[in-house]
Design a protein around this ligand. Structure first.
Ligand SMILES: [Zn+2]
Length: 136
């Protein structure tokens, strides 16, 4: 069984780092669980919303620089949030990253505030200086 990325998923990969796109493109070929890209590059305004609502714990998100994607498990035409599905997606993402020799971090491996849909390129290998816009 092999899945493909849909049109919306492809659109949401625009602005995402090409190495991370390659991992996602390989992972969809080998995953046991279908997934869609929920979010890639994020604006500072959206990050501020997520941060103030508690949905995100940082203003230094890798989404702001295109170094992160959120993937949603897609089962029977809807996005599902059951953890076992995300472990399977993570297996595919890690295998894809390993094949491509690109480092990847999964939010589900974090010790606190686990984030199953979240995958990112590590700061250590992909450093960036984030310029956060000053409030007017
Ligand atoms: Zn995320």
């Amino acid at each position: 069984m092999s899945y493909t990325l849909g049109k919306r998923s492809r659109q949401r990969l625009e602005g995402v780092h090409p190495d991370l796109v390659r991992i996602v493109e390989r992972a969809i070929e080998i995953t046991d669980v279908d997934f869609m890209v929920l979010e890639g590059l994020r604006t500072v305004e959206r990050q501020e919303e997520l941060f103030s609502s508690g949905a995100s714990r940082t203003m230094n998100s890798r989404h702001l620089t295109g170094h992160a994607v959120d993937l949603g498990a897609y089962v029977a035409s809807s996005v599902r949030w059951d953890w076992p599905l995300y472990h399977k997606i993570a297996d595919a993402m890690k295998q894809a990253a390993n094949e491509l020799n690109i480092p990847i971090q999964w939010g589900g491996d974090w010790s606190s505030f686990k984030d199953g849909p979240h995958f990112q390129l590590p700061h250590s290998d992909y450093p960036v200086i984030v310029k956060v816009k000053e409030a007017a």
